[in-house]
Design a protein around this ligand. Structure first.
Ligand code: ADP
Ligand code: MG
Length: 591
């Protein structure tokens, strides 16, 4: 009968290491997360040969006491949880107490540390997980952990590593993920003595710019929503900047990078009709849920999680992204030829999905351990008790905030500025200028993107003098102007306009031409919006009926009917609120 032995600690650690450390990037992730957990405000990652030779992380966090150094490298030794219950209220990234022990079993590791308030620093050196020594050194407050010769004692694993460029890419991915979450930390990354990133503490949008390029922030739109189940925030890319790669897609749940194919689908659904087939939008989406509703314990590398309310979150996420894109409605023509299959039909989708969720209550007696399969929708139905939808105060044609303006009630005009209608227990005040602006904007976008813009020959051509800088601006947008339908010829100083877009009369076409020329000085708007979107916005500003104009009952009804056909009814193209609701209770207080 074979005799049973207990494996020596360092062998057990080596086996465990196989799970935690697959490649240099795994070490990078663990060390960076430890540095964050230590409360650092500045963290530097140094790697050599894509981490195969050296991975070093220097932080200015709380440090590790001399008499704790040895313990930190033991398996299941952690300062972050004390009991199993703590697992459900985790606020730190680490909790397994496995990383340092595992890494030390398969590499040569040293850890230099000085705790805050102490004059002394110590360096712990581990020899392949079997022995160690500690000596006094000179160091700043904080911790520096260096990992050399990864897999030196497991040649088979070392041979399995990919080329330096592939391994470096994985290290950079890990660095970016953690840097995107912790924007208040100053991050640096060096590879083979070259600075790859130097990211000063900033806000999220600036951080995105520092990581992905200074133009990136102009190519995204913000999203935000909060319900009892989840808080959603972040940025999603405008559709015309989508690429054929999934590189820039990030989900963070409670401050942890996660992969989630189901939620990814929710985002992609929100882009429906806006993207060419295999194009992928970039996104940086932060979800906050009650920690007890997440199980991070599925896999040691912790990028997969289970969410209890997945189905609710899916619906809400889709609506939130759609709403975000709707507010900054941009057409999808830039990257794609004018193929009607890829155009957004601005009129076809009248029932814009409401972004208010039904009120959801969580069953307090629910036991998270019982429903094992998070994809089982039946599992959720047990814990989600739908209560009456919040928006019951509205009649049927009022769907929460995505209100519908039927012509059945006659509006009155207030101060030649607002239209007023009464609905059930609410007064609805509509800004006539903003409402009309929205109507014109969507009609023009539809004209410009759904149909190919035709040029219309003018009776008299218009001569425009251009100075050298205007000429230069003109040459930058000439192609787009022709696409819009402008017919032009240019001599030395003079531009002759002989036709314009079919859907505009000559004075409006001229106005548009001049404003576009003017705007082309402003690089920001040119880069972040398509010409069609810019044109629609400019024209809507110029053509909308201003306040001060008296409207006939017929005109008012028509305006509301047109607004009703808009995809977005809440926000004007300039991001201003179109209508406000006043509840009867508010009115009652005045009596
Ligand atoms: P975990 O992070 O899961 O607790 P680790 O093996 O990664 O486990 O780390 C073990 C312990 O070592 C941590 O709980 C922490 O107390 C300490 N530690 C690790 N890295 C650092 C650091 N950079 N600064 C301060 N303490 C650290
Ligand atoms: Mg850790």
């Amino acid at each position: 009968m074979p005799e049973i032995f207990k494996l020596p600690e360092h062998v057990a650690n080596q086996i465990a290491a196989g799970e935690v450390v697959q490649r240099p990037a795994s070490v990078v992730k663990e060390l960076l997360e430890n540095a964050v957990d230590a409360g650092s405000t500045s963290i530097t990652l140094v790697i050599k040969e894509s981490g195969k030779e050296l991975i070093s992380v220097i932080d200015n966090g709380v440090g590790i006491d001399q008499d704790q150094l040895e313990l930190a490298f033991e398996r299941h030794a952690t300062s972050k949880i004390r009991s199993a219950e703590d697992l459900f209220t985790l606020s730190t990234k680490g909790f397994r107490g496995e990383a340092l022990a595992s890494i030390a079993a398969i590499a040569q590791v040293s850890c230099k540390s000085r705790v805050q308030g102490s004059e002394e620093a110590f360096e712990y050196t581990n020899h392949g997980g079997q022995s160690y020594d500690i000596k006094e050194v000179v160091a700043e407050v904080g911790t520096t952990i260096s990992v050399k010769h990864l897999f030196f004692n497991i040649p088979a694993r070392r041979n399995f590593l990919k080329s330096n460029s592939v391994e470096l890419k994985h290290c950079i991915d890990e660095f970016q993920r953690v840097a995107l979450i912790h924007t208040d930390i100053h991050w640096k990354m060096y590879s083979d003595d070259q600075v790859l990133f130097d990211l000063p503490s900033s806000n999220l949008l600036q951080r995105i710019g520092h990581v992905f390029g200074s133009k990136y922030p102009e190519r995204v739109v913000p999203i935000k929503e909060a319900t009892e189940v989840v808080k959603i925030s972040g940025y999603v890319q405008k559709p015309e900047f989508a690429k054929k790669s999934r590189q820039e897609q990030f989900f963070f749940v409670n401050g942890r990078y996660v992969r989630h194919s189901y939620l990814h689908k929710a985002v992609i659904k929100a882009y429906e009709g806006l993207l060419n087939n295999d194009y992928q939008p970039g996104y940086f989406i932060f979800l906050e849920v009650n920690p007890s509703m997440v199980d991070v314990n599925i896999h040691p590398t912790k990028t997969e999680i289970k969410l209890v309310d997945e189905f609710e979150i899916f619906t809400l996420l889709q609506a939130t992204v759609r709403h975000g894109l709707g507010q900054f409605r941009v057409n999808a023509t830039i990257d794609f030829d004018l193929n009607p299959d890829y155009q957004v039909d601005y009129r076809s989708e009248q029932s814009y999905s409401p972004n208010r969720m039904p009120k959801v209550q969580v069953d307090p007696s629910f036991n998270p351990f019982v429903s094992v399969d998070a994809n089982d929708a039946l599992g959720f139905s047990q814990l989600v008790v739908e209560t009456e939808a919040e928006q019951t105060t509205f009649s049927d044609d009022f769907k929460g905030d995505t209100i519908s303006f039927e012509s059945s009630h006659s509006p009155i005009q207030l101060d030649t500025k607002y239209l007023v209608i009464a609905r059930d227990t609410k007064l609805v005040l509509i800004d006539q200028y903003r409402a009309h602006q929205r109507v014109i904007y969507e009609q023009l976008l539809a004209a410009m993107t759904v149909e190919v813009s035709n040029s219309q020959q003018w009776l008299f051509s218009e001569e425009i003098e251009l100075n050298p800088s205007e000429r230069n601006q003109f040459s930058q947008i000439e192609d787009q102007l022709r696409d819009l339908g402008f017919a032009m010829s240019l001599t030395d100083h003079q531009l002759t306009l002989s036709g314009g877009p079919e859907f505009l009369d000559t004075p409006n076409a001229l106005k548009l031409f001049k404003e576009l020329l003017n705007l082309s000085q402003d690089k920001h708007s040119l880069e972040s919006f398509s010409t069609a979107e810019l044109s629609a916005r400019i024209l809507s500003r110029n053509m909308a009926i201003r306040s001060g104009v008296k409207l006939s009952p017929e005109q008012m009804r028509k305006l509301l009917e047109d607004l009703n056909l808009c995809k977005e009814r809440e926000w004007s193209p300039d991001q201003k609120l179109i209508f406000r609701l006043i509840d009867v209770q508010e009115i009652a207080r005045k009596f």
